[in-house]
Design a protein around this ligand. Structure first.
Ligand SMILES: [Zn+2]
Length: 361
């Protein structure tokens, strides 16, 4: 895309300005030093991100992104092991008891293995216990190893499970197009686009299950994986609903300054690439109702990106909430999704991940 040619210096200037302002604020106000992992590389980012970012802008089209959502929400068939089928439910209870229309884990696994090697893919089982009994559920973790500082990790996460809470049978049908095929599709795009690229830091792309029953997948991940070297987590949960077409989205960062910096980087990317979005960065009004909260509990910097779902406006930006009325219902289908909006958020997130992980060309 042609406009990219001009974006390079603009991005560099904006990022530099951002860090200078942050530094000045720290110096003037004698604030405690914010331990951020990204500042020292800021000057290098814009010089080195171009090829992979052009790839994102050119290859991850709205049409392709929409097709992934259609497949994940049962509107279009998928091919698993040469057999055509539909993914009509992503309810964890259905997926992990091998219900015929819920073979999501084999589908995701087969998809990512098109792009990465088997040793980059971990199927991460955990025990989920409800009032009745215990189950074995699974997360899917894809690792793009860092070339320079592989111990430093940037995480891109989303829950791929869905639920229908009234007027349906989630074991048979739970399309969850907005919640959260929109987020899961961003992760599939990340694996596809980043698999052949080199980054300084390690990128982990994690598909969590069991979110709808209480953030179980993310909590289990933190119980059996080291989290000391996770520098940033971007969790994506419901980015498709924008009925008033105001392009508003929310970044739930909480009060940890390191989490807020992740949100600021997303906002800088939106400006630098002239993406048609407005965003609200939330601190003490941030929600804990998605998988980022499992990371907060361990003091790992994390944010969730979501449509303008909550009534949390702190300014004129995105003042009126615009929640999806079909959330957790049979009608959460592609028909209610504003694909242009969802795709814009997807692009902003993918571009932010490359900023944080630092491409090597
Ligand atoms: Zn969700």
């Amino acid at each position: 895309m042609q406009f990219m040619i001009n974006k390079k210096p603009v991005l560099l200037r904006i990022i530099l300005a951002f860090w200078i302002v942050l530094l000045l604020i720290q110096i003037c106000c004698n604030m405690p030093q914010i331990q951020h992992p990204f500042g020292t590389q800021a000057t290098r980012l814009a010089e080195e991100l171009l090829a992979v970012d052009q790839k994102i802008l050119q290859q991850s089209t709205a049409q392709h992104y929409s097709m992934i959502i259609q497949k994940l929400s049962g509107e279009q068939p998928v091919i698993i092991n040469n057999e055509e089928m539909y993914l009509r439910s992503r309810y964890s209870y259905a997926m992990f008891l091998d219900y015929p229309d819920a073979r999501v884990m084999p589908y995701l696994t087969e998809q990512v293995l098109q792009w990465v090697k088997p040793d980059q893919v971990e199927i991460d089982p955990y025990t989920y216990t409800d009032a009745e009994r215990s189950y074995t559920w699974q997360n899917l973790i894809v690792t793009i190893p860092g070339q320079t500082t592989p111990d430093e990790k940037i995480l891109l996460t989303a829950h791929f499970d869905s639920i229908v809470v009234q007027g349906g049978d989630a074991l048979k049908y739970a399309p969850g197009a907005d919640d959260n095929a929109t987020g899961t599709a961003v992760l599939l795009e990340a694996v596809r686009l980043f698999a052949d690229e080199s980054f300084e830091k390690t990128i982990e792309i994690i598909f969590f299950s069991g979110e709808e029953e209480g953030l179980n997948g993310s909590r289990a991940y933190l119980e059996d994986h080291s989290y000391d070297n996770i520098q940033a987590v971007i969790n994506v949960d419901m980015i498709g609903f924008d009925s008033n077409n105001d392009h508003c989205m929310e970044i739930h960062a909480g009060t940890n300054p390191d989490s807020q910096i992740i949100g600021l980087v997303i906002q800088q990317v939106i400006i630098a690439y002239d993406i048609d979005l407005q965003s609200e960065l939330l601190s003490n009004t941030a929600t804990d109702r998605s998988d980022h909260a499992s990371f907060w509990a361990r003091n790992v910097p994390a944010i969730t990106v979501i449509e303008n779902f909550f009534d949390t406006a702190t300014s004129d930006v995105c003042a009126l909430p615009d929640p999806n009325p079909d959330y957790h219902q049979n009608e959460d289908t592609l028909a209610n999704i504003n694909i242009t909006y969802a795709h814009d958020i997807s692009q902003a997130i993918l571009l932010t991940i490359t900023q944080l992980a630092i491409p090597i060309e």
